[in-house]
Design a protein around this ligand. Sequence first.
Ligand code: URA
Length: 312
Amino acid sequence: MRWTDRQRRILELMGLRLWQRPGAAAPAPQPQPAARPDRAAATARVSAGAEPAPQAGAALPRLRPTTPGAAGAPGAPGAPARAAAGAGLPIADAAGATPSPVPTAAAAHAGGVDPERARTIAALDWPQLRDAVAACTACSLHQTRRQTVFGVGHPRARWMIVGEAPGEQEDLRGEPFVGAAGQLLDAMLHALDLTRADAPPERQVYIANTLKCRPPRNRNPEPGELAQCEPFLMRQIALVQPRLILAMGRFAVQALLRTELPIGKLRGRVHRYQGVPLVVTYHPAYLLRNPADKARAWDDLLLAAQTADAAG
Ligand code: URA
């Protein structure tokens, strides 16, 4: 994709520059990030920090197929409807449609996730998962959201981007990363010839957030909210089966890697989430406030690109 003059002007007005991967044809001369790492350096880090990436989904949890209406699928005749009810999940009818949210005390308890609810979510297919998110009342964020923000992109994307939580724009539009941070994310993706728009799975990423509802006044996510929402993200990852996860910001990283370590201590090497290579980087909103760290973020993107390339 090439930037149009108008897009370029908008980015410049926002103080964003166009990111460009080494070796890629430049749409127009643009200042390169300071201390831009070369591809060989990124390669060296990959081979030092990680084993070869697995084939897509190789190490992901095996989940049973869930054709709506199939025997054993949620909502099928004789299916574990009680499990869905106990989970505060929408119960689909036999055709997998007509969700009706059934909140329960267990699901509403912010301290921990009802294991039955987590198991039910882990068996949902894409339409069921989308319905379950839209109907979720498991934490108090459902009271203040305009709508849930599910995720966007290729359902079998090679790259999966995980952010934090919807902000005001995302809450309004129902799509992740559509505000200022999203503009920067799009520029970063563009630099790697990736996009959220329709494209083959090598180029079209999948973008999801750790939380599917906007925290009021964009406050930080709370542990109970993260815990209740986590099964949704886990299921999205299991369905996409990405070859690479790019975790952006503290909350995505902490949720996926189960660590309290700061980004600065985690970036620069390849981690694993259930066998899938995972690269840590700064959140685009942080980069907007701290542009000096864009060079480090670029370094992370190169590491991610190299890792995804190595995964085949
Ligand atoms: N920040 C995020 O982490 N996600 C969004 O969707 C928007 C801003």
